[in-house]
Each structure stands twice: as C-alpha cells, then as structure tokens.
Design a binder for this molecule. Structure first.
Ligand SMILES: *Cc1c(COP(=O)(O)O)cnc(C)c1O
Length: 358
C-alpha cells in the first residue's frame, strides 16, 4: 500500500443512491461519473453502480467508449454529445445516448446514415447560457429530430439549472417555467435535476434525475452538511506522519515561512501534498485528523507533504494515520478552508493516490 491512499466505500455509494431514490422515488437515476467519477475512479464507480442506477452519464464520448471497452453495458449518456461524423458513429457502434445541444450536431445527424438509430436527449438552454437550444429555436429543432430517421422516438428533452444550489430559487423557477412551457406536449422523457435540485427543488424532479456530487456523499449546499442530508462520504483520503519533531520558538514552518512557532512546537509532517491533489490553497488552520483527532494545518502545503501542529496530541508518532478528508472530516470543510468548492477538491486527486475499495 502506498503511504497516501483513498478508501472508496462501496456501501456509502449505495447508501447515497438510496437517498437519491428517497427524494425522487418515481424517477430514473442517471448517475454522473464524468471527470473520473469526481476523482473516485470512473471504471470503479461505473462497476459499483451498474445495477443500482438506470443509466450512467459522462461528459465526453471518449469517456463513454472507455467504459464500453471495459465491459460496462449499462446505458451511458454523453452530456456533451458528439463532435464530427466519426464521433457520431461511436454512438451507434457502442450504443451510447447523445445529448444534442447545437445545430452542427443536428446537421450531422440528419446527414448521417447510421447502422442503427441512436438514443438522444435534446437539450434546451433555459437560462444557463452554456449548452442547449434557446427557447426561440426550440420548436424548429424539436421538429427536425422528430422527423429524423436516425433518432429513436420518442427522444428525451433536458435542461440544466444554473443556481439550484442557491437558497434564492428565482433563477431556477424561471428556468423551470421556460422549460415546462415548451415541453408540455412532449411525450418522451424529461430531465432537469442535478444533486442540488434533487435535494431542494421538487419541481425539477421529473422522469430522470442526474445526480453527481451527492452520489459521492458530498453536500452541494454551503449551509447544509452531507450529514444533514443523510449522505455518507464515499472517499476517505488518508496518509501517515513521516516526521514528528519539536521546532524551536521563533522558527517558521514550510515554504515562504508563512507560519511561525510562538513557542517550541511539536510539528508533524504528513506525506501528502498538492502532488496528490491536496489543495495548495488550504489555509493555516485547515483541519487534519491525526489518530481521529483534529489538528491544524500549518504553513504552506508542499508538493508531497504538509505540516500540522501536534501541540494538542503529544502522543502522536511517526506512522500514525492522517485523514485529510472523508469519514469524520467532510471534504466540504476542506474546500471552504481552501477557498473553493468540493467539486474541484475531489476532481483534483492525482493518479499517484492509490484507490482502495472497501
Ligand atoms: C455535472 C452535471 C450534472 C451533475 O451535477 P451535480 O451538481 O454534481 O449533481 C448533471 N447534469 C449535467 C448536465 C452536468 O453537467
């Protein structure tokens, strides 16, 4: 086992899916496993979820093809769809579901002759201004897809909310109204909700939900913890103390000398750093668990190491376990200390960190 490793808790993953089902009992679940399953390992999570959910979702075609080549047979939706004719052919060859969100994709579809029809979600830009057709274009592109020989009928319609994680839900309400107004007659499936919307926006829970973050046991809200929401952390990132020593009063710790010992201080060095994906911007005082007890990070995070103040833990010794986030220490808290969101912290885990399934 390497010194820095991440435990991936299969039971927690299944538990979090049960929380999704509790909030969306009648919906199908499309579990989002893009970006290496938010750092948890895409193939591993795909395998663990294959029977628990109704579909998987990735961002890009190559991610979906990689999953097929690893033997994943569950339905897979590609949230960015295809670019170019060769990529479109993959959808027929590997039975992938495409999100169609711009005109070039429609033209490719209409001009192609595919060996079999492909499944499609037509995406509306209801106000996020990222991917999708504007409400003004909707009727025309909708009709084009309805008449396409290349598309399985009825296709699905979807949109994505820009601010589902905010307490003020005016933007979501407006997006939902726009989407609903134009899809009232639609007989196929509808999909709107990401994690935040599954948890806080019942109006967005339709035939299919698309949770990502909550599947990994992480809260999408700044004011509610995963525990408040009944979620359990899937990843626990661990390492060990590789040095413990007393640093004399007045000396500084780490690059740039950002932290100074006010008195003689027991300083522990943990073998983990930004080379493993621990955020370099984590501030002094960011909590680290040593033997289950919280101690503060001190000084700047290095590539392979970080320092903690062990004053409160005189017994701590070389080889003791450090938990950087996960069970007992929410990654949301680490993200806050690093001035970012848990998504970036999780996605930042690097291949050097060994993943161990539990
Ligand atoms: C990433 C993504 C999701 C999942 O979002 P979470 O906030 O992680 O639940 C859902 N839908 C789309 C279109 C996405 O890009």
């Amino acid at each position: 086992m390497s010194v820095a490793y991440a435990l991936i808790n299969q039971a927690a993953l299944q538990h979090n899916i049960s929380i999704v089902r509790r909030h969306a009992p009648d919906a199908n679940i499309m579990a989002v496993i893009k970006a290496n399953a938010y750092g948890h390992g895409m193939s591993r999570v795909a395998r663990m979820l294959a029977v628990a959910v109704d579909s998987l979702a990735v961002a890009r075609t190559d991610e979906a093809v990689a999953l097929r080549k690893q033997g994943i047979t569950a339905p897979i939706t590609v949230l960015q769809g295809f670019m170019g004719h060769d990529e479109l052919m993959c959808y027929a060859d590997y039975q992938l579901t495409a999100v169609v969100h711009q005109h070039e994709q429609i033209q490719l579809l209409l001009n192609a002759s595919l060996p079999q029809k492909i499944a499609v979600w037509l995406k509306m830009d209801s106000g996020m201004s990222r991917l999708g057709f504007l409400p003004t274009e909707w009727a025309a592109v909708y009709a084009l897809l309805q008449n396409s020989e290349q598309v399985q009928q009825p296709f699905g319609v979807m949109t994505h909310l820009a601010s589902a994680d905010e307490v003020d839900c005016r933007q979501s309400t407006q997006q939902l109204q726009r989407f609903e107004a134009l899809t009232r007659q639609h007989i196929g499936a509808k999909s709107i909700a990401n994690s935040a919307a599954v948890l806080a926006c019942p109006g967005a829970v339709t035939d299919w939900v698309r949770p990502g973050l909550m599947v990994y046991g992480v809260s999408p809200f700044p004011n509610q913890t995963a525990a408040d929401l009944g979620l359990k952390a899937v990843m626990t990132l661990k390492s060990r103390l590789i040095s413990v020593k007393t640093v004399p009063q007045g000396e500084t710790v780490g690059y740039g000398g950002l932290w100074r010992c006010r008195q003689d201080t027991r300083v522990g060095i943990v073998s983990i750093g930004y080379g493993d994906g621990y955020p370099r911007y984590a501030r002094n005082g960011t909590p680290v668990l040593i033997n289950g007890q919280v101690v503060p990070l001190i000084g700047r995070v290095s590539m392979d190491m970080l320092a903690v103040d062990l004053s409160a833990l005189p017994e701590a010794k070389i080889g003791d376990t450090a938990v950087l986030w996960g069970e007992g220490l929410p990654v949301e808290m680490i993200a806050r200390y690093a001035g970012t969101i848990p998504y970036t912290v999780l996605c930042g885990i690097t291949p050097r960190v060994e993943m161990i399934e539990q």
